[in-house]
Structures are given as structure tokens and as C-alpha cells.
Design a protein around this ligand. Structure first.
Ligand code: ZN
Length: 196
């Protein structure tokens, strides 16, 4: 990462949310860096600040008022809620059922024609955000944009709607069969389950 990281990365560094090691990502790929955004968002003033910045980015990107923020649990819950607060919007979340399928539960509903943005903490492949977009569109909602605190795909993610991110990074990820960290014999950890 460059030295000039800006205020968002400063928050990640300051709270120990920018981890270095050998990580197995949700996608199955490996990486030497991981952004544990929960460690930033555990501090409500930081969560509020990031939510406000994301709301501003959405206002610039979206051509009309945003009625609802939708986020995939768990990663999108706190930042999605803060972005919704800053936008004066409703907030709801999707979650995976026992079969792993992303679903809208708990009585949440999209209404036909409402304007929606999708929020995540960190986007790597965009898979979860894409699933939320599809659920909203299937219900007749209009998804104006999707956004995240961090886009670690270097801007490569395409989920079919305009994207915003407070910080775009290009973090190297490796197929497990071709991972130089595996080749070096470093144990791989799944960061979400890490105690540290
Ligand atoms: Zn590896």
C-alpha cells in the first residue's frame, strides 16, 4: 500500500483493522493483507463518520433521492445502518439461509419502484452485493448504486450498477494452488474466525 493512504486508511491503521499475514478470503483465494472493518466500526464515531462519507458519495452518484439502504449481513450491517442514518433512508439487511442462499427474512420487504443503494464494508469480488442487487430488483426496486468503505478489487468489480467506494485498493490475491505464501509454508488463517 502507498504511504499516502488518506483518512479512511488512517482509521484502519489506527484501529488495527489492516492486518498483514496469510489469509483465506471468503472467495477461497489467499492474500497477504486483510481489512477487518469490524475493528474500525467498533467505535461508533468512526462508523458514523464513514457512514456520512458514504452517504455523500451516494448523493453524488445517484440521480435521485435514496429511499432504502440494503446490506448483506454481517459485514454490511453497521456501515449500512450508518449510511442510512446519514441519508435519512430506511435500512434493511439480507442474510444467508441454512443452504447458503442470500435471502430477505424477518419480514423485510422491498416495495415496487423504491430507490435502493446496496452497502458493504469491504468489496473483494462483489458476490454478496450482486446477490442483494438481484433480490431488490426481483422485488421491483430500483437499485441506483452500490458502495463500500473499501473496494479491494482495484475498481475491477462490476455488479451491474454504478459503484462508489471511500477507498479503492489493489490488494493481491492468489489462487490457493499458486499462492506464494503457501509455497513459503506460512500457515493460512481465516481472518473472520481469528481471535486477534
Ligand atoms: Zn496461501
Amino acid at each position: 500500500m502507498p504511504d499516502d493512504q488518506g483518512p479512511v486508511m488512517d482509521l484502519f491503521e489506527k484501529t488495527g483493522a489492516y492486518l498483514r499475514g496469510h489469509f483465506r478470503l471468503t472467495s477461497g483465494n489467499h492474500s497477504g493483507e486483510y481489512l477487518q472493518s469490524a475493528l474500525v466500526l467498533q467505535y461508533p464515531p468512526f462508523a458514523e463518520q464513514l457512514g456520512r462519507l458514504l452517504a455523500e458519495a451516494f448523493r453524488r452518484a445517484a440521480p435521485e433521492p435514496i429511499q432504502t439502504v440494503a446490506a448483506p449481513a454481517l459485514g454490511g450491517l453497521i456501515i449500512g445502518h450508518e449510511a442510512a442514518r446519514a441519508l435519512g433512508a430506511r435500512f434493511l439487511f439480507t442474510e444467508r439461509d441454512v443452504t447458503g442462499k442470500m435471502s430477505l427474512r424477518r419480514g423485510f420487504q422491498f416495495t415496487h419502484g423504491e430507490t435502493v443503494v446496496v452497502v458493504e464494508d469491504v468489496v473483494t469480488t462483489g458476490g454478496s452485493a450482486r446477490e442483494v442487487v438481484e433480490i431488490a430488483q426481483a422485488a421491483g426496486a430500483r437499485v441506483l448504486a452500490a458502495g463500500s468503505i473499501i473496494d479491494r478489487s482495484g475498481g475491477a468489480v462490476n455488479i451491474g450498477v454504478p459503484r462508489v467506494a471511500l477507498k479503492t485498493l489493489r490488494v493481491a490475491t492468489f489462487d490457493p494452488g499458486r499462492c506464494p505464501l503457501c509455497a513459503a509454508g506460512l500457515p493460512v488463517v481465516k481472518p473472520g474466525s481469528r481471535a486477534a
